[in-house]
Design a protein around this ligand. Structure first.
Ligand SMILES: [Zn+2]
Length: 335
């Protein structure tokens, strides 16, 4: 069972940061509980992934925090990824029907990935094979993708759609909903211009670079969308940012600059690695990260999706050429 040291922390304004355990290298996802003006009810942001451990964790944490389940009146999601969306349906049931709030595009993505009769696991595995995934890893990858279905069920039934650019009242403040793309389609960050606070989900993270979530038949340039999204967010005056992973951090603009630089460095490195002989995204991924990823389907999927996203940007910038032959995609340096 989870180590309960610092499982939850009281923040300014009566907020509670809850570190919900994850069975991945990320270790935890942050859920935030925001007290409402009536002094009785709560809004929860991003409840976490559905596992036996997280259910036991939440039962214990909610009791320790002295919160009644029925006082949770709103479940707000930044994006559709399983470590954020996964427990939304369970929380809805456990709270006695609190509505779930999410953007339309994020909801559609959740249904596409894990809805009844989904074909996405197969579609993504085939797309990764086209990008050079070694055939002996195919079964692992498919199984890994299927394994998420249990971790995102049940799906919520009462869902309210959030419009990017609009406002939502929660935790005693009026929040502007800021759209971000590239990590996940129509990810929402919530900005309070009065207190200069930003609930930034996974759009901007301290210490780690948010994964660029390339998927087949979705955003055709997710890294480009990501760089544009975070560059636009630099105009926000932020005194404290509350991320989906790691801890709250004050220097939001600096972190955005670092992430922009990180991706430019990665693009430069890949330009160097692109030789005269063409490479698949999978080969490029191994040149960058080594063969150790083969033993971890989760890490490999993230690394490969991100490598594809970078190669697409190199192609758009005229540095790389994409060659497709017999359903196999490779890249070579131009000129
Ligand atoms: Zn996350």
């Amino acid at each position: 069972m989870t180590d309960r040291t610092n499982a939850w922390t009281k923040l300014a304004g009566g907020w509670i940061q809850v570190k919900v355990p994850l069975p991945f290298a990320l270790k935890w996802v942050n859920s935030y509980l925001l007290p409402e003006e009536d002094g009785l009810s709560w809004t929860i942001i991003d409840p976490g992934l559905h596992t036996d451990d997280t259910i036991a964790f939440w039962e214990k944490t909610v009791a320790e925090c002295g919160i009644a389940w029925s006082s949770i009146v709103r479940i707000v999601l930044t994006h559709h990824h399983p470590d954020h969306y996964g427990l939304a349906g369970w929380f809805q049931q456990r709270s006695g029907g609190a509505p779930v709030y999410i953007s339309r595009i994020a909801l559609d993505a959740a249904i596409r990935l894990w809805g009844e009769g989904e074909t996405f696991s197969d579609e993504l595995t085939r797309a990764l094979i086209a990008n050079g995934l070694a055939p002996e890893l195919e079964a692992d990858m498919r199984e890994h993708l299927f394994s998420f279905r249990a971790r995102v069920s049940p799906h919520p039934t009462d869902v309210r759609i959030l419009e990017p650019g609009g406002r939502i009242r929660m935790g005693g403040a009026e929040w502007l909903m800021v759209r971000g793309d590239g990590h996940a389609p129509c990810h929402l960050s919530f900005y309070d211009p009065v207190a200069k606070q930003l609930l930034c989900g996974d759009q901007v993270l301290p210490d780690i670079s948010p994964n660029i979530g390339w998927m087949p038949n979705a955003d055709d340039n997710p890294l480009g969308s990501f760089l544009d999204s975070i560059a636009a967010m630099r105009s926000l005056e932020v005194e404290m940012a509350y991320p989906g992973h790691r801890d709250p951090f004050p220097d939001f603009r600096k972190r955005v600059e670092q992430l922009l630089e990180h991706h430019e460095r990665r693009l430069a490195k890949m330009t160097e690695l692109l030789g005269d002989v063409s490479v698949s995204a999978f080969e490029m991924c191994e040149l960058l990260f080594g063969p150790k990823l083969r033993s971890n389907a989760h890490q490999l999927r993230f690394a490969l999706a991100e490598t594809i996203a970078h190669l697409i940007v190199l192609e758009r910038r005229g540095v790389a050429r994409r060659i497709e032959e017999a359903g196999r995609i490779r890249y070579e340096r131009t000129g």
